[in-house]
Design a protein around this ligand. Structure first.
Ligand SMILES: Cc1ncc(COP(=O)(O)O)c(C=O)c1O
Length: 345
């Protein structure tokens, strides 16, 4: 193995400022389960972005954040409409269905993005006791395909949902990448865009392991403490997780980390733009490049730089960058891709 990994932003280490914050939190005894000053600070900082009525609940991981957030929004006979490519649909081992006890209705979503038309086609049987009742639209921002919803696209989905008594959930495992891509603040992707509950992703943004559910509708927040505990997402020594959130929200570290990740993906895409053996398949708007290359080239390249084969049938691959990716890593990878795909063009 010669090169660094382009397999996932989860392959990166922990940002030194985050580690330092965890070490700093490691002094003395403090109350457990979130009744500590660091968690209070994390909640205050999240309110600073998402608004005074935002209630934040720190959890262990992104799957947990999605499950706990969605649990506050649906009952067993209601459904969650999501993209076919949504992490909740294909990458959480059925955890949402198991723990919500409710149905996910997945719809085709080119580029990973839901549209009002696609959601509307999936919402039927309203009032009919033979059918699940559509209650939540769940979007991912940035998407699993490395694309980003515009504020207008989110607002259109929110308006559609709210006009029908439904709610909008946002999986923000990469919300920082989306905010940087759009040139907006994190809060612009929350209540301001019509989102009701979101997950704030810290792990992929440079944390060691921490996320938060941010509830933007006060009437949904009351059950959250209970749902989090029931879902095994309540940390006893929460200060160490909250410290990670605080570090990312201090001095705009979240923004700097996401900006680097996004810039490195853009650099990779532009280095490969005119490469004869490479077809970039989706707009590169965050920190992932999706491309189709020859399968034999994939085989060779993966012995040198780890990355994911996204679709076996088409040979589509995913190259991801992170807060830690260096320009020199990208340049070396791009040069090698050109070389190897050239051999198999
Ligand atoms: C879009 C999205 N949502 C949620 C998650 C949460 O994952 P985990 O439970 O592994 O933290 C991920 C991780 O890859 C993701 O890509």
């Amino acid at each position: 193995m010669t090169g660094i990994s382009f397999g996932s932003d989860n392959h990166a280490g922990v940002h030194p400022d985050v580690l330092a914050a965890v070490v700093e939190a490691n002094s003395g005894t403090v109350p457990a389960y979130g009744d500590d000053a660091v968690t209070t600070e994390a909640k205050r900082l999240l309110r600073g972005h998402f608004g005074d009525s935002a209630e934040a609940f720190v959890v262990f991981n992104g799957t947990g954040a999605n499950v706990v957030g969605l649990q506050s929004m649906v009952r067993s006979f209601e459904s969650v409409i999501c993209a076919d490519s949504a992490h909740i649909n294909v990458d959480e081992c059925g955890a949402p269905e198991k723990l919500l006890g409710a149905k996910l209705v997945d719809v085709p979503a080119p580029g990973g993005k839901l549209t009002v038309e696609a959601v509307d086609a999936a919402r039927w049987g309203v009032g009919d006791p033979h059918h699940v009742q559509a209650k939540v639209v769940s979007i991912t921002q940035s998407t699993e395909c490395g694309t980003v919803y515009s504020l207008e696209e989110i607002r259109a989905l929110a308006d559609y949902a709210h006009e029908r008594g439904m709610l909008l959930h946002l999986d923000g495992a990469r919300i920082a990448n989306a905010a940087v891509s759009l040139g907006v603040d994190l809060g612009d992707l929350g209540a301001a865009a019509g989102v009701d509950v979101l997950s704030f992703g810290a792990t992929k943004n440079g944390a060691m392991g921490a996320e938060a559910v941010v509830v933007l509708r006060p009437e949904l927040a009351g059950s959250m403490e209970f749902l989090r505990k029931q879902s095994m997402q309540l940390a006893s020594k929460m200060r160490f997780m909250s410290a990670q959130v605080v570090a990312l929200l201090t001095d705009d570290l979240w923004r700097r980390n996401a900006a680097n990740a996004n810039a490195m993906a853009a650099r990779l895409a532009s280095a490969l733009e005119d490469a004869p053996g490479v077809t970039i398949t989706d707009p590169v708007q965050a920190n992932a490049v999706f491309a189709i290359i020859d399968r034999r080239a994939t085989e060779v390249l993966r012995t040198e730089f780890p990355f994911e084969v996204w679709r076996e049938d088409t040979g589509q691959v995913r190259w991801m960058t992170s807060w830690a990716t260096q320009a020199s890593d990208v340049d070396a990878f791009a040069a090698r891709i050109r070389e190897v795909t050239g051999d198999h063009a």
